[in-house]
Structures are given as C-alpha cells and as structure tokens.
Design a binder for this molecule. Structure first.
Ligand code: 5GP
Ligand code: MG
Length: 488
C-alpha cells in the first residue's frame, strides 16, 4: 500500500509525522502472511491452530501479529506489536474462542508498525461481523478510501485491509457472495485474503495471483494459508493453490469455489521464490527449494568463475549456492553464519542502523574462507548494504578473491504489489553499471542471473514451460497499470 494519499482528515500529528518521514525514503508496503482455519466441530477452538500456523509464517512478517475468531455470532479479535510468540501467550490464546478464525503476520516498513495497522481488521455492523486478513498492496486504495470517507466511513489505520473490510461490510446486505464479488470488483492491485464471517471462512486471490494463497485440509476442517509450509505445523495437508481470480467459501457445507473470470492472467511475484517464501513451500506447483537450487545451477552456467569455495548467504542464498556449487563442481561450504535472533535488516529505519544491523546479523567463519577464492551467492542486491558488508568481512578473513553471484536480476524498479522496495533512487543497480557496482562493493567480480535464467528456474514441476510471473522490479513492466504518481 502506498500511503501518499491515505490519511483521513482525522489523523493525529503522530501519524502525520510518520507519513512525512517515510515518504521520501520508502514506500509503505507490506508482504505479510495470512492464515485461516474452519473446524466443523463447533465445540472446538481454532485459536491454538492459528497460533502454530502464524508461527510457520513468521518469516513473512515480524512487526505485528493478530487473530480473530468467531463463536455463536460473537467475533473476538486480538492483535499486538511483535512476534507471534510475544503477542500470543497461552493465556491470550485460551481466551479466543470459536471453531473458525483468521490470523495475520504484518511486515511493514520501519516506523509504520503502529498497532493500528495490525490485522485482521474487524467490522461489526447490523448484519453481523467480518474480519479481514490481507497480504498484498492495492493500487487504488486511495480512491476507494476517499469514496468510503465521503460516505461517512472513518479509518483508524493506513492499511488496505481496513479498506477491504469496510467494502465487504457495506455490501453485505446483498449476501456474502455478492458482497465479495462487489468488493473484489472495486479493488485493484495484489491481494491474498482470508476473510472470516459469522458462518464462513473465505479465501480470495487477485486475478493475477501476485501473492500466494493455498488450501489445506485437516481432520474435521479446512485451512487457508499464504504458504504451504504452514500446513504441517497444524497437522494438515496441502490440497491445492487458490487460483488467480478465485474465491473459495468454506462453511458447514464444505468448500465452494467460484472464479471472477475477468482479466485473469497469472503473474506470480518472482520475489516470492527468490526471497520471501520458506524453502519448504510449494507455490503454484513450483517447489521453492528446487527453484532456488535450479537458479544457482543456471547462474553457474551463465557466469561461471574459477573458485575454491561457494558460500550462500542465509537463508535464501543457501540453496542457490548448493546448486551453483554442484553445477560448477566447486565445494559448497558454510562461510557465513547468521544470527537467528535478529529480524530482517532491510527494514531498519536509516542507513546507519541498517549497516549496524547487517554487522550483527552476519559473521564470517574465518577458517573456512582464509586463502580461498570464494564465490558468495545471495538472493538479491537492493540498496547494496548487505553485500558491501559481506565483502568486507570475507576480505578481512583473508579470502584470496571474492566473487559475487546474485540469483535475481538487478532490482531496478519499485514494487507496487507488496514487496518493500525503496524508491528508485536508492536501488543501487539503478544508474550503476555492473562493473561500477562491482567496484563499489569491493569485489573481484559480480554477475546477476538473467531474466530468462530466472524464468527457467521457475518452471512448474513436470513441465519445462514457465507460467506467468511478475517481473516488475527487474523490468519496470507491471502486470496491471501502476498509477503514474506512484511510478517514481
Ligand atoms: P540490500 O542490503 O542490498 O539493501 O538488500 C538485499 C538483502 O536484503 C538480501 O540479503 C536479501 O536477502 C534481503 N532482501 C531482499 N528483498 C527483501 C525484502 O523485501 N525485505 C527484506 N526484509 N529483505 C529483503
Ligand atoms: Mg538476505
């Protein structure tokens, strides 16, 4: 979500301050995780399962966590700042009653992690209650918000999820299905939704399927999750991906699915495979771990270099390094250790804090790299902060040569669909040739995988033909129009 025009007249000074702070530097985006449970037995509680589901989606957002559950027409919602285990103590989980529930982990740019932005958003109105957990970013949220405000709706947050819940509740008098159809026809951009009503759990994915969403099954119930890695944690099994443009309604009659049928063209975010997703997930029939291994192999074929050791930057660089090492016949080793206890550094508020955080996050195993020609593989270079620091510490550990290989093409353009990328001017590949960038990072060589190479790595299993992907951050060509004023 871009917050350029997102503030209602009722914002307080704190909100305004936050908006101004970020506007120059960052876009307010969130690539989050959603999770939903529907249990057939009304005497059971879904909250403990939501807890485990959210824990396995924690990599998708570490700023806020929340869940809403419904029992006998009463909807209860709890959310807070922090990790899932911090927000949901056993005592809190115990208080959340009901056989159906949705949960959310929020990933926002630093400074926006105000509690008001935590999801799910609940709307209570005369026909009932609805809760919405959203992953993605709407490109027309400002227009829809303005229309709703003109109609008297007040907003407490800057979050797209609140826009969506208000649209659903306004349309609810036409019935759930009509309300969902009307809502979905009013919103543009990327969305993977888990919606809870008093009698149903609903999943919906935007017509391009930019963000992932899948359906799983439990003994006596159903699951919706951003990633299939969450099913095992609750004893469930993967059933299928929700298709682009598909809506599923889960209630006591089972699962009903319909497609909005309009302008459906798959354009799954490539960054889900490159960086976001957990390696044990399968998204749209593409195994994330396998795709990362293949990307490494392809990169070795495209940009091989003589070396003694290949190391991968944890977490997403590691499978790619294994693939690179195998294809190039160079030993793979663990040259870099990552602290498990520091959250992702990409979102630290300023450059100095980001550099500090990177230093704490990664350290080098000197005995592994000393005297060697080392290839370091990372998933991406965005601002260049991480890579610059890595080259420094590997050189300081007396590596003979340092070669950088990156398993995504240069990131040249912002993402408008939910990945938190900085403004164009802060993307280090923008305006820097590869040789210049190599020099400024202090490496002996630098190469990125080609766009065709990346697409080759993402072929669905059993097929050599790739399906549609969004490559907007590499090419500036987006699957749906991006408002001009955002395009900067
Ligand atoms: P840089 O340090 O160049 O700004 O960012 C690149 C590093 O950030 C890579 O190590 C990559 O794993 C990570 N990264 C890439 N995309 C994202 C993102 O959307 N969010 C976060 N938190 N990290 C990212
Ligand atoms: Mg990284």
């Amino acid at each position: 979500m871009n917050i350029t025009k997102q503030f209602s007249p009722s914002v307080n000074n704190n909100d305004k301050f936050q908006y101004e702070t970020f506007h120059d530097d960052e876009k307010f985006h969130d690539a989050c995780g959603v999770f939903g449970i529907y249990l057939n037995d009304c005497d059971k509680d879904a909250a403990p399962l939501i807890y485990y589901g959210l824990l396995s989606l924690q990599h998708r957002g570490q700023e806020c966590a929340g869940m809403a559950a419904v029992k006998d027409g009463t909807m209860e919602c709890r959310k807070g700042l922090g990790l899932v285990s911090e927000v949901f103590t056993p005592q809190v989980i115990d208080q959340i009653k009901g056989p159906a529930a949705v949960g959310h982990v929020l990933y926002s740019t630093a400074g926006t992690n105000i509690i008001e932005n935590a999801e799910p958003f609940v709307s209570r109105f005369k026909l009932g209650s609805v809760a919405v957990a959203h992953n993605g970013s709407l490109t027309n949220a400002d227009v829809v918000r303005e229309l709703l405000e003109d109609a008297g709706v007040g907003f407490a947050s800057t979050n797209d999820g609140e826009v969506i819940v208000n649209l659903i509740s306004r349309n609810y008098k036409k019935g759930l299905e009509r309300a969902l159809i009307d809502t979905i026809q009013s919103i543009k951009g990327s969305y993977a939704l888990a919606v809870l009503t008093e009698s149903a759990l609903v999943g919906a994915r935007d017509p391009n399927g930019i963000r992932p969403l899948c359906l799983g099954q439990l003994d006596g119930g159903w699951i919706l999750a951003s990633e299939s890695c969450a099913f095992g944690a609750v004893g469930g099994k993967f059933v299928r991906d929700i298709e682009p443009g598909e809506v599923v309604i889960i209630n006591r009659d089972g699962v009903k699915s319909f497609s909005l049928g309009e302008k459906i063209r798959r354009a799954v975010c490539t960054f889900e495979y490159v960086y976001f997703a957990r390696a044990d997930s399968i998204i749209d029939n593409v195994d994330v771990y396998g795709a990362r291994i293949r990307a490494g192999e392809i990169l070795a074929r495209e940009s091989g270099v003589e070396a003694d050791l290949v190391i991968g930057i944890p977490d997403s660089g590691v499978p790619a390094a294994i693939g690179y090492g195998r294809a190039a016949n160079i030993p793979f080793g663990l040259g870099i250790v990552k602290s498990k206890y520091i959250a992702r550094t990409f979102i630290a508020p300023g450059q100095i804090q980001r550099e500090k955080a990177v230093s704490v996050k990664h350290s080098v195993i000197t005995s592994e790299v000393r005297g060697k020609r080392v290839v370091i593989i990372d998933d991406s270079i965005v601002r260049g902060t991480t890579m610059k620091r890595l080259v420094e510490i590997i050189r300081a550990a007396d590596a003979k040569e340092v070669h950088i290989r990156i398993v995504s093409p240069p990131v040249l353009c912002p993402c408008y669909f939910g990945v938190d990328t900085p403004h164009r001017k802060d993307l280090i590949s923008n305006g820097n040739s590869v040789p210049d960038l190599c020099k400024s990072l202090g490496a002996d060589s630098l190469a990125f995988i080609s766009v065709d190479g990346l697409l080759e790595s993402l072929a669905p299993s059993g097929s050599s033909k790739t399906h549609g992907y969004c490559l907007g951050c590499f090419s500036g060509v987006y699957p749906i129009p991006v408002p001009q004023k955002f395009n900067g």
